[in-house]
Design a binder for this molecule. Structure first.
Ligand SMILES: O=P(O)(O)OC[C@H]1O[C@H](OP(=O)(O)OP(=O)(O)O)[C@H](O)[C@@H]1O
Ligand SMILES: O=c1cc[nH]c(=O)[nH]1
Ligand SMILES: [Mg+2]
Length: 214
């Protein structure tokens, strides 16, 4: 499991701003910080992909270098994923993309919830590296339900989960349900509260990026 916050870097500064109540209400800055975190995690993931040697003609000579053999497929889980996914797309700029409308439905009296899904568009995933891009990994239910829905689109070669902030409960759940998945996280937090929000977390990422919903 790769965790950005395990090492000192500017990424920690961006994560701190995403969490900070005195800064995160500036929704443009919140989206931009999510975007920058997406770029950094995409760069870290890029170090694990396959490259092919190439000869590039410069104006002066041939340069021997490497290029990405195959772009991953980016899976955006609406709505909070959008700015984070945008950062990934800045790095994997020729990637194919899937979009899934998944959200935690209204909480019941005991605070439990079902994940609602009402939109899915995906390319063929057969033999591809797919990156499930969702900034918040809380219980893991949204990611797992999204992954299950993608089964109809072919068997990927490699499955990567990318989250800005994750809870240990959600990571453990996904490790059981999706043992093949690899994790790239911004931060791994302490626990979930009784409403299944990540503690300390940052609050509701979708609302902070795009405003509240009814
Ligand atoms: O791991 P889980 O317990 O499933 O929670 C994580 C999900 O919650 C958030 O979405 P939300 O349901 O708030 O929808 P939104 O993106 O529209 O705000 C977040 O973007 C994840 O998709
Ligand atoms: O802490 C959480 C949990 C789910 N979704 C969020 O946006 N934040
Ligand atoms: Mg939300």
């Amino acid at each position: 499991m790769f965790i950005l916050q395990s090492n000192a870097s500017i990424a920690n500064h961006f994560i701190a701003e995403l969490r900070d109540v005195s800064i995160q209400h500036d929704s443009m800055r919140f989206r931009r910080n999510m975007d920058r975190l997406g770029e950094i995690l995409a760069y870290e993931i890029s170090k694990t992909l396959i490259y092919k040697p190439v000869e590039i003609q410069t104006p002066l000579a041939i340069a021997h270098t490497q290029m990405l053999e195959e772009q991953p497929v980016l899976v955006a889980i609406l709505r909070a994923s959008l700015p984070f996914h945008h950062g990934f797309l800045n790095i994997f700029d020729r990637a194919e993309n899937a979009f899934i409308g998944a959200y935690r439905g209204k909480h019941r009296a005991d605070e439990t919830f079902d994940v609602q899904m009402d939109y899915l568009a995906s390319p063929d995933l057969t033999d591809k590296t797919i990156i499930l891009v969702d900034p918040m990994l809380a219980t893991g239910k949204s990611l797992y339900k999204s992954y299950q829905a993608l089964q109809a689109y072919g068997v990927p070669r490699r499955v990567i989960i990318a989250a800005a902030i994750a809870a240990p409960e959600g990571v453990d759940y996904l490790k059981t349900q999706m043992p093949e998945a690899e994790f790239f996280l911004g931060a791994l937090d302490d626990h979930l509260n009784e409403k299944f929000y990540i503690i300390p977390g940052l609050g509701d990422a979708g609302d902070l990026a795009y405003g509240g919903k009814l």
